[in-house]
Design a protein around this ligand. Structure first.
Ligand SMILES: Cc1ncc(C[n+]2csc(CCOP(=O)(O)OP(=O)(O)O)c2C)c(N)n1
Length: 374
């Protein structure tokens, strides 16, 4: 592993995008990570200058980049958190690398110090990051404030010469702060914390699972019941819930996020077709990726209740106020599932609340949660 020198002069987002423009690199397409939140915030605020595209899954970003390259011959940049690197292996090896479609991948390096540092979901990928780049024949540079312009040019030239993807890997603290002037999403009445408190109290006695990021932390803070507090595998919580619902008679309540739900929206037809009567799926939609500093998602144009209905859920409802949420919980609480409740909340979470990992290890979460079924 290379040494983890913390940068002394952080790179200003404006300078980074000016360099991409000078090198004729774009669009800037991907799924967020907090390590590059200032870059994304700058891109969101400067739509005239930066072509920023926000698909719901890293593999979709790779697919989009392949299309944009063939249509323009311009080198796209696909950005992702290293936890999303696993999501691109298929389009990397069975699209870009075999069809000779280049791209520069900007991969952040969470968990650089390996086990025991950063949040648990980053330990394994963080420790083996460079081995993964080598295993997938990806030329890469871990960029620094001193070398980044040369690194970027070298990786661009290598990508264009070989017609294959290359990587720039980004450490924590590399980019200077940039606060966005844009607040994502509509200012709905409730916060996600308000909604979670009401849900956990109204649906007491259920088995809860919550999605990765702020929702698990907020659910844990609202009331620490023996839940499956997910800390990685973004978007897969409803799949885990389906596995539980199949083999238990308990009521299974899934607390999903809009970004997470859209990442694996294919779970809707799966759950709908399997017709789990004991599954209650709740999507807390703040129209943002709050966990990674609030970048906008594409959920303002999505009606999850309608989608669930079309996918075979038995009932689905959309609510926007505390009063409507309370009524829906009373109404749907004992209705046979699968049920989907789409709850609109405003973005902006309290990032100072506790972390599940400060109290439980991941294996302890598994053990505690499994106790619900014994
Ligand atoms: C595959 C993958 N890509 C990206 C991330 C980084 N990440 C963690 S949480 C999160 C946002 C989740 O958004 P949402 O489900 O809307 O919940 P919110 O954070 O708004 O509560 C992102 C992008 C990740 N953990 N895994």
């Amino acid at each position: 592993m290379s040494s983890s020198t913390v940068s002394t002069q952080a790179i200003a987002p404006a300078e980074f995008f000016a360099q991409l423009a000078a090198e004729d690199i774009g669009p800037f397409v991907g799924v967020p990570c907090s390590l590059i939140s200032s870059l994304i915030a700058y891109a969101v605020d400067h739509g005239q200058e930066v072509e920023y595209v926000n698909p719901v899954h890293e593999s979709h970003a790779m697919a989009f980049a392949a299309g944009s390259y063939m249509a323009t011959k311009k080198l796209p940049m696909v950005f992702m958190q290293n936890s999303g690197f696993g999501n691109i292996i298929n389009p990397l090896t069975s699209l870009h690398q075999i069809y000779d479609i280049p791209a520069i991948l900007l991969v952040t390096w969470r968990g650089e110090e390996g086990y025991g540092t950063d949040a648990p979901e980053h330990w394994i990928v963080g420790e083996h990051m460079e081995e993964y780049f080598r295993a997938f024949q990806l030329p890469y540079r871990v960029i620094t404030p001193e070398s980044w312009k040369t690194d970027l040019r070298d990786m661009k030239e290598e990508a264009m010469r070989t017609r294959k993807p290359t990587v720039i890997c980004v450490r924590k603290g590399l980019f200077a702060k940039y606060e966005s002037a844009t607040v994502p999403g509509k200012q709905y009445e409730m916060t996600s914390a308000d909604a979670l408190k009401m849900i956990k109290s109204e649906l007491q006695g259920s088995v809860f699972l919550s999605t990765t990021g702020m929702l698990s932390r907020e659910s844990f803070t609202a009331e620490d019941t023996p839940d499956f507090y997910m800390m990685g595998s973004m978007g897969l919580v409803a799949g885990i819930a389906a596995g539980c619902a199949q083999y238990s008679d308990r009521r299974i309540v899934v607390l999903d996020g809009d970004g997470a739900m859209m990442m694996h929206m294919g779970l809707l037809p799966f759950i709908g077709a399997r017709n789990y009567r004991n599954l209650f799926h709740i999507v807390i939609d703040n129209e943002a990726y709050s966990s990674t500093q609030g970048q906008p998602t594409v959920s303002p144009s999505v009606d999850f209740a309608l989608a669930a209905k079309a996918c075979g859920y038995a009932s689905s409802v959309r609510v926007e106020t505390a009063q409507a949420l309370s009524a829906a919980l009373k109404d749907l609480g004992n209705t046979p599932g699968p049920i989907l409740l789409h709850v609109k909340v405003r973005s902006g979470n309290d990032h100072h609340i506790g972390r599940v990992s400060d109290k439980y290890t991941c294996p302890e979460v598994t053990e505690r949660f499994s106790g619900n079924f014994s």
